[in-house]
Design a protein around this ligand. Structure first.
Ligand code: GDP
Ligand code: MG
Length: 336
């Protein structure tokens, strides 16, 4: 992830730093003061003046105008890589706060900008809870409902999560609450067989909420640790399907509502997250297909936009291609 954004960011930061440095070197006011000092000789009083001038030459303040002009370049880089507008504004404010009207050390400019950017981006992410620990602490079955737009990777993410639960000695039951899309029941059944976990299915066209209810009852009777509910893909603009999702949530009373979004779709993913969050106030997010996302703007933006944490990223089609979201790691990938 971030291949393109990383390259572009690094180039843009270097370019901006070079421009500021050049500005420091060619400032006519400073050159004149330097000459005056040379002419006047350096006595005890002179050494104080020299110190002051030296400081002026190596510490340069940036004007707001100049900052805005320089930021434009960074803004384009961020926009091109799907970073959300609000996020760009936040980064701009942080950078302004940190580098505007503060003395800039010529030798440190690039480092200063890079560090400010890194901290600003790190600050965008909500800290995720440890979901596995949360599950372990619950005695009753822990119910998770997964939702999102069609084809984003909900069903395969559920399969990956089951494998993760198995590694943690936690048992699962799957609820095939996608009774809408042709072949969806068969698809999840294939995963259930592969992972050797029970599955509760429904008739095509039947009420998905009743499938969830049955699965939860079964989990209770069998002391299963986790119920994973797979729902049909839906657009946030489809009111009937959003009502259906609300009903699923009402009936199953999930402990965790997870929005699944495709990181590669950038701003679409950000908009979907925003609207699903408004509709059902979810707990957390999983972003899929990070292996084919060279930009990464959605991953950078969604947590800030929704004020909800990303808990996992998936990065391929194998069952083990799921990793816990780690903001330190993410920012290192971007700036390291
Ligand atoms: N490269 C890649 N493909 C993925 C990833 N997650 C899911 N997919 C693929 O995306 C397609 C749709 O996945 P599916 O789970 O059926 O999506 P759903 O409609 O949301 O349930 C499948 O071909 C998956 O193999 C991922 O992290 N990386
Ligand atoms: Mg599916």
């Amino acid at each position: 992830m971030f291949k393109l954004l990383k390259e572009k960011l690094s180039k843009t930061v270097s370019k901006i730093s070079e421009t500021i440095k050049k500005d420091v070197e060619t400032s006519p006011e400073e050159t004149k003061e330097k000459e005056d000092i040379k002419k006047g000789g350096i006595g005890t009083a002179g050494s104080d003046v020299l110190k002051k001038v030296k400081e002026k030459v190596t510490h340069k303040k940036l004007s707001e105008d100049k900052f805005d002009k320089l930021f434009q370049e960074l803004e384009i880089t961020l926009l091109e890589n799907n970073v959300a507008f609000e996020v760009i504004e936040k980064i701009k404010d942080d950078l302004k706060q940190e580098i505007l009207n503060q003395p800039l050390k010529r030798s440190q400019i690039s480092k200063q900008i890079k560090e400010t950017l890194e901290n600003s981006i790190k600050d965008l992410f909500q800290e995720p809870e440890n979901l596995i620990e949360k599950i372990k602490h619950k005695t009753e079955p822990f119910v998770i409902v997964f939702f999102g737009v069609n084809g984003v990777g909900k069903t395969s993410t559920i399969a990956k999560f089951v494998k993760l639960l198995q590694k943690n000695n936690l048992t699962s039951i799957l609820a095939a609450a996608d009774t809408f899309r042709a072949a969806s029941q068969e698809q999840i059944e294939e995963w259930a067989n592969k992972l050797e976990v029970p599955l509760v299915k429904g008739q095509y066209g039947s009420d998905p909420a009743s499938v969830c209810f049955d699965a939860i009852q079964k989990a209770k009777s069998k002391n299963t640790n986790v119920v994973l509910i797979d729902t049909a893909g839906r657009m946030h603009s489809n009111t009937d399907l959003m009502d259906e999702l609300r009903k699923i949530i009402k009936v199953s009373q999930p402990d965790e509502k997870i929005f699944v979004g495709e990181s590669i779709t950038g701003n679409d993913c950000i908009d979907q997250a925003r609207l699903f969050n408004e509709a059902v106030d979810f707990n957390s997010m999983i972003l899929t297909k990070t292996d084919i996302d060279e930009k990464g703007g959605a991953a950078i933006s969604v947590s800030y936009i929704t004020q909800k944490p990303i808990i996992y990223l998936t990065s391929g089609q194998l069952l083990d291609d799921i990793v816990k979201f780690d903001k330190e790691k993410i920012t290192k990938t971007l700036f390291g």
